[in-house]
Structure formats: C-alpha cells, structure tokens
Design a protein around this ligand. Structure first.
Ligand SMILES: [Mg+2]
Length: 347
C-alpha cells in the first residue's frame, strides 16, 4: 500500500458560531491509499477536541505511522495498532476511512453494501449557529430554500445566557415557519443544570424534538439529575467519544451522537452503534467541517442511525469533492464502489 497526502483549504459560506467559539475556514487533510491501481481516500478535519490541530501535523503523524503497517494487515488490525499507538482520532479517521474505501473498491461494492446496510432513510438536519435574530432571519430561509433540508439544528447555549437563546429560538421558529421542518437543539455544553432544566421545559412546547449536549462535558455527573425529569430526549455529543464511554452514561441519556472525526473512523463508529443499541440507546451521526469525502463515508453508514446531521458540506463555497447527494433531504451515498466520495479533478 502506498500513502500520499494533500491539504486543501475549505471556505465556509457562514462561519459557524457555537457556545464555545467560532469555526471558520479550515485546511483539511486528504489521505490516499493506493494498492494495485485502486485508491481509497479519507479526510481529516483538524480540531482541538479531536486531538490534532493542523493538517500538517496530521500528515506528519501518518507519514511516520503508515510505513509501520504490516503487509496484509486487515482494516481492524490497522485500527487497533493505530489506537494502541495513540494516533489522534481525527487523524485515524482519515486513515481508517481511506482503508474502508479501498476495501470496498477492491470488493467492487458501495461501502454501505459491503457493510450489509441499505441506503439511509433519515433526512439530515442543516445547522444554524448561535446568532442574533437579525442574522437568523436572513440565514434560515436562505439555507432551507438552497438545500431543501427537512430538519433544522439550532445551536443554543449563547454566552449571553438563556434569554438570548429564547430570543434566537423564537426568531428561528418564525423564519422557518413556512418550511415545515423538524427542529433539534444543540447547546454544545453551554447550559448550567438549572438553565438546561428551564430551557428544555420551555422548548418542549415549541416544536423541539430533542436536545443535544445540554451540559458541559465536565459536568457529566449532573446528567442523571437532568435525565430524571427531562422534558425532552437528551443526546450526548462531546461527552461520548468512543464505544467505551457509553456504559457510563447509558442510564442518563436517550442517545449518543457519534462523529467520525471524534471517534477515529468507521471501525469505531460500528462499535459505537453496536454498544449504543446494546444499551437501548438511540443513535445519531454528526460531522465537523467535513467535505463530501468524509460526508460520503458518514452517509455510507447512515442506515444505522435514528437521526442524521451530515451537513457541513452544504456550508462550503468550494467543496473540492463530490459524492453523496441530497435526495428529498436525505444525504444519499452514490452507487459506485467505495464510500462514494472522490476529489474533483483527481480521479
Ligand atoms: Mg453537537
């Protein structure tokens, strides 16, 4: 297997503000693994929460790691070796995704079929960041009419407090009214326990389906109390990275949100879903500033999830890739072999 790398700057249409800061343009790393004339491709989005803060650093880690891979090693063996050696999750996600893509191409099957799955049936949400009402009034109709998405994820947990959250949310409801979309909330850990109790009660009668990461992940010990009399289903995101995190919170949440960049790729994603199901939890897949390479890999797993949030590619001016397409609001992987994502002008 031969590995090569490419760094591409992705420019956002709307910089995404969440409770803990602003996410702007980013250099993503694309990883290629070639064998017998076939090439698998993966993508890494750098980030402080996913263990590697730059594409250059990710490339350096993989340039050192990949020569140590034993010839003939399986995807699971390579994943195990990389985890054991402490390869950061977002770096491992790119490698693992490229290896699964190659394996599916060698098998001449779309990845979803190789994994024994059907195409996804849950429509994705599209995300509106923490914004003042005047920005919301402009962005929400533009995003919904441009994308045709059937669900809206609203970021709350404003540093200005829950009164600002309520004002923003009411602006969202009004701006989205004529689109008849489902509405979900992600507080990104921006609420205190009391804020969360109050907001969930307030949101319950205002169209919200569920709340994601209401409390900061440092306050996970308060989840059982919030869960007891919860007004809405609770999903955790930042509090759950790997399958091994699930047993701790299984009695205090309704579901988990996995992300390929956060967990280390497809191999671990499959374990997370299996573990969550074993504990009777619901599942969601999200994304973190990924182009259509990683989004297509996520879409290939889409059939496994109750809720889907694969929308970051819809917020790029210059997605360098093609792959999954939005069909009636569903991010649908194409029928070609592999995960279906490929860089434009490259293959
Ligand atoms: Mg989230």
């Amino acid at each position: 297997m031969n590995f090569s790398f490419k760094k591409i700057r992705l420019e956002q249409i709307y910089p995404l503000r969440i409770s803990r800061g602003l996410k702007e343009d980013c250099d993503n790393l694309f990883v290629f693994v070639e064998k017998n004339g076939l090439t698998g491709v993966g993508e890494m989005v750098p980030g402080s929460l996913t263990g590697c803060e730059s594409a250059d650093e990710g490339e350096k880690i993989l340039a050192e790691f990949t020569p140590t891979i034993r010839q003939g090693a399986s995807v699971h063996e390579i994943y195990h070796q990389a985890r054991t050696e402490g390869i950061p999750p977002c770096v491992l996600a790119a490698l693992d995704m490229a290896l699964w893509d190659l394996l599916a191409k060698e098998s001449r099957q779309p990845l979803y079929k190789l994994l024994g799955l059907a195409k996804p049936s849950a429509p994705t949400s599209v995300t509106i960041g923490v914004n003042p009402p005047e920005v919301i009034r402009e962005q929400v109709p533009e995003m919904l009419s441009r994308t045709g998405c059937l669900n809206l994820k609203v970021k709350l947990g404003s540093p200005q407090g829950i009164d600002a959250d309520k004002e923003s949310y009411l602006a969202v409801l009004k701006a989205a009214e004529k689109f008849h979309v489902g509405i979900r909330i992600d507080a990104n850990g921006g609420w205190s326990l009391e804020d969360a109790k109050q907001m969930m009660k307030w949101l319950q009668t205002r169209k919200t389906e569920y709340v994601e990461q209401p409390l900061h992940h440092d306050c996970d010990d308060q989840l059982p109390e919030l869960f007891k009399n919860r007004a809405l289903p609770i999903f955790v995101d930042e509090s759950c990275r790997f399958s091994s995190d699930i047993p701790k919170w299984a009695d205090s949440v309704d579901g988990i949100n996995l992300k390929l960049m956060k967990c280390g790729g497809i191999t671990e994603a499959l374990r997370i879903v299996a573990t969550a199901r074993a504990f009777g939890l619901q599942t969601m897949i999200g994304c973190m500033g990924e182009s259509l390479i990683a989004i297509s890999a996520g879409a290939a797993l889409g059939h496994l999830f109750d809720f889907i949030d694969l929308d970051s590619h819809l917020n790029f001016r210059n997605d360098p890739a093609e792959g999954a397409v939005l069909t009636q609001g569903i991010v649908t992987p194409p029928g070609r072999p592999g995960h279906g994502g490929r860089l434009l002008n490259d293959e």
